[in-house]
Design a protein around this ligand. Structure first.
Ligand code: SF4
Length: 236
């Protein structure tokens, strides 16, 4: 069962806004220094392009536009919708890349271990494995994380120039800022949308519909994109 946040929307917006302010304050040179120190080099293992390794690939709106132009079939509503109203309609903050039906859950664009659109790959694909957001560690202490999957892919201690590490750090910060902004805008939109249509999130309806979905049933998911909602009927 997916347990979604029951924190009221205004508090969630306030928390995300605070997170974004902290992100602004994080010195780009510090992140660049960590990138340089880790010295990650991709070995083209393609693990990071699979659901088995990475869950799902969430897309920023600008990247969704690119996928729509390339191949709309590559899009699917991101998993774990944030809301479900009393009528059983789900709402999610954006799209993810669809995966193929193989065991690893390879990205739609992965073929023979290579990205078919490498030169046009999306923001998250360009910056991965770097990140900059705060998460609790195993003791529950919340701190910044700058790297995903350390020692589980790629090779380390490569020489990365000052310029390259700064470029990567800047792009990582820009991505995290865009991600938080999209989440904040989605929550603001939902607050107004629910109020205007007299809707409310109902956890029991959420759980019942999700159970039905997991047994092969069809559900309706409204995906937030470009300041509006797009409707999808989906099956597992
Ligand atoms: S678009 Fe390309 S780089 Fe991005 S996850 Fe898919 S295969 Fe990997």
């Amino acid at each position: 069962m997916i347990r979604i946040s029951l924190t009221p929307i205004p508090l969630r917006i306030a928390a995300l806004t605070q997170e974004r302010n902290s992100l602004f304050e994080y010195p780009v040179e510090r992140l660049a220094g960590i990138i340089k120190e880790i010295g990650f080099r991709c070995t083209s293992c393609a693990k990071c392009c699979t659901r088995a390794f990475n869950g799902h690939v969430f897309l920023l709106d600008c990247d969704v536009s690119a996928v729509k132009a390339l191949d709309p079939a590559a899009l699917e509503p991101a998993p774990a919708p944030e809301f479900c109203d009393q009528n059983g309609i789900f709402y999610v903050s954006g799209y993810a890349l669809r995966t193929q039906d193989d065991d690893a859950g390879s990205c739609w664009f992965l073929k023979n271990g290579r990205c078919r659109i490498y030169d046009r790959r999306f923001t998250i694909c360009r910056i991965y494995p770097y990140m900059l957001h705060r998460e609790p560690d195993e003791r529950g202490t919340i701190d910044w994380r700058q790297f995903s999957g350390l020692d589980r892919h790629g090779e380390y201690n490569a020489v990365i120039s000052e310029e390259e590490s700064l470029d990567l750090a800047r792009e990582t910060k820009e991505y995290e800022n865009a991600f938080l902004t999209q989440e904040i805008e989605f929550l603001g939109f939902m607050q107004e949308y629910f109020s205007r249509h007299r809707l409310r999130h109902v956890q029991k309806v959420y759980d019942d519909r999700l159970r039905r979905f997991n047994r092969g049933g069809e559900i309706t998911v409204m995906v937030y994109y470009d300041g509006r909602l797009e409707k999808h009927r989906i099956r597992k």
